[in-house]
Design a protein around this ligand. Structure first.
Ligand code: GLA
Length: 362
């Protein structure tokens, strides 16, 4: 039996501000991108889940009763994990063939994985007639990362992708789960410049950072670093209880939450220059305190900032590679791309991949 086809789409995301704050119950601002993943579902009448990645020319089939992760790092784990999350929540699953295509660059810090999870969730919702709300779909995507890809991520990527709205930023409080879509002033353009350093969060550094944050929270006697204050950190440091990596991670998270709150205010007031400054400060904090930057990201962000028309630049996403996000005045983006490309190719001997975008989404 081949029944009508359904289709789900979800954009990639860029983390505008709020680096590694999400799993600390903190604050983040993301934007949806104009690139995304699309998943088309066709009922097959059996009990199999067939996945076809059109761009990669790969496919595989699994029994619905025995969904499990395939090899580490495979794109398929994100879709399988989401299907498993639906079934675990009682979805009346029947056999489907899912055709997947995506325009989100992989390993570039733009969350190609969340786009795939969210597009899969959107299509399964229709194909299996469930009515989970978007926050639950985001949780299903996050669970797929945790259980099927081994990355203990927060909710930033999935929430931004599912709540993305054209010309709006997604301001998300990861504790209260309140989402506010804040209009992005029309003069803002974003340029994403790839470092070319492949970032794979499944290699362990991401989870290590999360563990260090949890350790800092435990030492401070708070549930999450969201509850910590600068004063608590000073006391912990002075008494010798909180030192080294956990102290630096905690300082970053406390400062970053304050920067996100300030940026949301600045955005509401249309003050892009202030947001740009906060982006620069965020990068410095990631570089020196959270230590998830790398030479290439540092080079890109400092070069970007020195180009006229650029209001601020920072690493975006997990770090350890991936991309830098630059906030650029509308009308200056083409010159910005030329300039950063020239500087990078002079130093690295290659032209970086760039993506010029507004805030995308439905
Ligand atoms: C990755 C994770 C997110 C978030 C960011 C860092 O994108 O998937 O949950 O932690 O890194 O802010």
């Amino acid at each position: 039996m081949i029944s009508a086809q359904t289709c789900g789409h979800a954009p990639g995301r860029a983390e505008w501000l709020g680096n590694h704050t999400d799993y600390n119950d903190g604050l983040v601002i993301g934007i949806g991108l104009e690139v995304g993943a699309t998943v088309t579902a066709r009922s097959t009448g059996d009990r199999q889940l067939v996945l076809r990645a059109l761009d990669l020319g790969e496919s595989l089939a699994l029994g619905l009763h025995a969904l499990r992760p395939v090899e580490t790092g495979s794109w398929a784990n994100y879709a399988i994990g989401v299907a498993a999350g639906f079934i675990a929540r009682g979805a009346q699953a029947h056999g489907l063939e899912l055709e997947i295509s995506s325009t989100v660059p992989m390993g570039a810090g733009l969350s190609s994985s969340a786009a795939l999870e969210c597009a899969t969730a959107r299509v399964l919702q229709q194909a299996w007639s469930t009515d989970f709300d978007d926050m639950e779909l985001a949780r299903i995507g996050q669970e797929a990362e945790h259980k099927f890809a081994g990355v203990r991520c927060g909710l930033l990527d999935q929430v931004t992708s599912l709540f993305a709205k054209r010309d709006h930023a997604v301001f998300f409080d990861c504790r209260s789960l309140v989402v506010e879509r804040v209009p992005v002033p029309p003069e803002a353009r974003f340029v994403i410049v790839q470092s070319g350093v492949k970032h794979a969060l499944s290699d362990g550094a991401y989870n290590d950072r999360r563990t260090e944050c949890e350790e800092a929270a435990r030492i401070l006697g708070v549930e999450k670093l969201r509850d910590a204050t600068s004063q608590m950190l000073d006391e912990g440091e002075n008494s010798g209880r909180l030192q080294g990596a956990p102290l630096r991670r905690a300082r970053h998270v406390v400062g970053e939450n304050a920067r996100v709150a300030a940026a949301a205010e600045a955005l509401r007031a249309g003050d892009l220059a202030a947001v740009g400054c906060l982006m620069n400060e965020s990068h410095e904090s990631s570089r020196t305190l959270f230590e998830n930057s790398c030479e290439e990201l540092d080079f890109l962000s400092s070069e970007a900032r020195s180009i006229s028309g650029c209001l601020g630049a920072r690493l975006t996403g997990g770090g350890f590679g991936g991309a830098v996000l630059a906030l650029v005045d509308r009308g200056r983006e083409d010159d910005f791309v030329k300039s950063i490309s020239k500087r990078v190719s002079r130093t690295w001997g290659r032209v970086p991949q760039t993506l010029v975008t507004g805030a995308g989404g439905a």
